[in-house]
Design a protein around this ligand. Structure first.
Ligand code: ADP
Ligand code: MG
Length: 142
């Protein structure tokens, strides 16, 4: 087992729907810790850079519009196997396919507005945490 950090974004739909607390409670009750947090409104440039791997796909423009439509809460979650555990807690990208009890099943509005983001690998977690947080903004307890 390995202690990891992963980036979570509580997306604009979950902020508007007043589910920030529900989502954080879920992570904490699963034993993940918040190592960093920032409430912010992404610029178009910042959102495009974050989702650069999807540039050129048909949903890219709409995704960037959505992600800049309101504030987001950026979180760094820390814990044993945090990357995979966050993906499991979130559920499938498409809420229609997500398991009952997953965050996306409970809090998504649609495939696009699916409530939360989670890094999908160690490489992306490292990039994504550094994309939003300076080293001195991230706290480690382990
Ligand atoms: P994940 O967030 O599960 O890693 P992807 O990296 O494939 O999923 O996609 C990034 C985000 O883009 C998704 O979380 C979702 O908000 C949006 N998205 C993905 N596929 C589609 C699609 N076919 N139509 C609309 N939005 C999509
Ligand atoms: Mg992804």
């Amino acid at each position: 087992m390995m202690v990891e950090k992963t980036l979570c974004i509580i997306k604009p739909n979950a902020v508007v729907d007043n589910n920030i607390g529900n989502i954080i409670l879920r992570y904490e009750s699963e034993g993940l810790r918040i190592a960093a947090a920032k409430f912010t409104h992404l610029s178009k440039e910042k959102a495009e850079g974050f989702y650069i791997e999807h540039k050129g796909k048909p949903f890219f423009g709409s995704l960037v519009n959505f992600m800049t439509s309101g504030p987001v809460l950026l979180l760094v979650l820390e814990g044993e196997e945090a990357i995979k555990r966050n993906r499991d807690i979130m559920g499938s990208t498409n809420p229609a396919e997500a398991q009952p009890g997953t965050l996306r099943k409970m809090y998504a509005r649609s495939l696009e507005q699916n409530a939360v983001h989670g890094s999908d690998s160690q490489v992306s977690a490292k990039r994504e945490v550094a994309y939003f947080f300076d080293e001195n903004e991230v706290f480690t307890r382990f």
